[in-house]
Design a protein around this ligand. Sequence first.
Ligand code: TMP
Length: 217
Amino acid sequence: MATPKQARFVTVEGSEGAGKSTNIQVLNEVLDARNIPYHNTREPGGTSLAEDLREIVLQPRDEEVDDLTELLLIFAARRQHVKNIIQPRLANGEWVVCDRFTDASYAYQGAARGLDRGIIDTLRDWVQEGLEPDLTLYFDVSPEIGAERIANREHDRLEREQYEFFKAVREGYLDLAREQPRINIIDASAELDAVQASVRTLFERYVDSALVQGSGS
Ligand code: TMP
């Protein structure tokens, strides 16, 4: 069993249609195979209050939503999620696998909406109090492929954005990945089987080395 020392905070990022959900199943299989306790969660969301805020953020509406209002709602949800779920679970020795986290705020509200990065840095510092993901998998697809993959489902308020928006989201993520070694870029335009195989290999190595570190001193 994992100990608190070994527990890791793993986040999964990507544009619409990048295939995050199916790849989260691969992460779960790797953890299951090693009897490691974990909790799957998502943002915005992950607690009852934060899921309500998610609805508010994603619901299409007639009123124009101010960019800063959107960011503040997302960070309010994040605070609740960090305090009530992420921190306690990690402290209890569980790995936390989170579908999106603050990198999404830099990509969507920062790079795509154009909000000042300094505002996001400040909110991150207040809300996370030093908590950062240990490992992030960013599933990268072009906006064209992403749009094709979600063409047949009903679009929420953000999915209704246009090509230029998703192009900026992608550039935002790629810039973050260049800056931060914890972010691994996965080419999600390849066949699903091939993507899953590379995710499995990467994550198995990561988990096994975390277990070795945890079993040390
Ligand atoms: P998803 O379930 O497809 O990941 O939907 C969540 C949406 O919320 C997605 O369009 C990205 C958006 N989002 C932000 O704009 N900023 C954030 O910080 C987070 C976590 C999500």
